[in-house]
Design a protein around this ligand. Structure first.
Ligand SMILES: O=C(O)CCC(=O)C(=O)O
Ligand SMILES: [Fe+2]
Length: 358
């Protein structure tokens, strides 16, 4: 393989201070680097925002092959790009343990967390990604990102192994997410005109990375962003969020819609790779995170993606020259991800270069 033969050599990001520490030392400070320009501030459009909810999809029905549920999944991916996955079979106890493990990590003193700090040339570890210039506005969050599947590519130096139970919990959670993801991948295959194992045969086992986000409280939630608008460069993402605090918003018909937490559910969103493979039938939807003055928030995103060496492009089954011409060019997945990591997060701008028509 190119670039030193190392997998997940996806890019770099400049070091930034921990916003959790900044807030700890001064609850009221909002440093200039975090204050977004007027047009980017998180004003919520009043009209739709409070009345709409993303669709619910019942995983157990999907797993039984229920045709109505598969149709619902199709509509959810087409019209929303986001859904709440319920009855996924992952035990509540494990979800709670995973959230507690992430929370325990962030409770460690900074010196301890810094033992797992990412270097500038890495995307794994504790810190931030997508920071490409000293002038860029920063997001009001800290994160730790770990590649979890395939297990031989794990870099344990970034895992807080001294934290009791962390490794076991993350490993169990990773296995459970992989099972859920396989079923979703099988359903996506069918919806894109393949056999249930079509995508798996085409691109092998899905790979997985887990990102634990920490959003401290903020004295001015109206002028900062927890995470800037972006779409995920994944096949799809499974998000576990805090039951108590709403922070995620998605762009739906030009309005920002808050995704209210549903206990024990996973928020699933279509990523860029699925948008490309489905030739635009499903869209990776822009989303962002907002902060609040009262409670910190933790979210755990499980990213599912193809292998670095996999070529992704619109599936043959999704192209027909008359009605559905090919909208995206084929690209090796690693080249797509490197483009994403070379930019700041800015909506879907990182996907422009694969579009055949602009
Ligand atoms: O915290 C959230 O709700 C969203 C996180 C997210 O979009 C991401 O990590 O890609
Ligand atoms: Fe995201």
């Amino acid at each position: 393989m190119e670039n030193g033969g190392e997998r997940f050599n996806w890019g770099k990001s400049l070091p930034v201070p921990s916003i959790q520490e900044i807030v700890k030392s001064d609850l009221h400070s909002v440093p200039e680097r975090y204050v977004h320009e007027n047009m980017d501030r998180p004003v919520i459009s009043e009209n739709l925002a409070d009345s709409l909810e993303i669709p619910f999809i019942d995983f157990s029905s999907l797993a039984k092959g229920d045709e109505d549920e598969i149709k619902k999944l199709h509509l959810a991916c087409k019209d929303w790009g986001f859904f709440q996955l319920i009855n996924h079979g992952v035990k509540e106890e494990l979800l709670e343990k995973m959230k507690a493990a992430a929370s325990a990590f962030y409770e460690l003193p900074l010196d301890e967390k810094n033992k797992y700090a990412k270097s500038e040339n890495e995307i794994q570890g504790y810190g931030q990604n997508f920071v490409v210039s000293e002038n860029q506005k920063l997001d009001w969050s800290d994160m730790i990102y770990l590649i979890t599947v395939p297990s031989e590519n794990r870099k344990y130096k970034f895992w807080p192994l001294t934290l009791p139970g962390f490794k076991e919990t993350l490993e169990e959670y990773s296995r459970e997410m992989q099972k859920v993801a396989e079923e979703i991948q099988a359903n996506f295959s069918v919806l894109m005109g393949l056999e249930r194992d079509g995508l798996k045969r085409l691109q092998g086992e899905l790979k997985q990375g887990i990102r634990m986000n920490y959003y401290p409280i903020c004295a001015r939630p109206d002028i900062v962003l927890g995470i800037s608008p972006h779409s995920d460069g994944t096949s799809f993402t499974l998000l576990l969020q805090d039951d108590q605090v709403t922070g995620l918003q998605i762009k739906h018909k030009d309005a920002w819609i808050p995704v209210k937490p549903v206990p024990n559910s996973l928020v699933v969103n279509v990523g860029d790779a699925t948008e490309i493979q489905s030739n635009g039938m499903y869209k990776s939807i822009e989303h962002r995170g907002v902060t609040n003055e009262k409670k910190p928030r933790i979210s755990i995103a499980t990213f599912m993606f193809p292998d670095d060496e996999q070529e992704i492009g619109p599936l043959e089954t999704m192209i027909d020259d008359q009605n559905h011409p090919k909208l995206y060019r084929n690209i090796k997945y690693v080249d797509f991800v490197r483009e994403k990591f070379s930019r700041k997060m800015q909506g879907k701008s990182h996907t422009e270069f694969v579009k055949l028509y602009k």
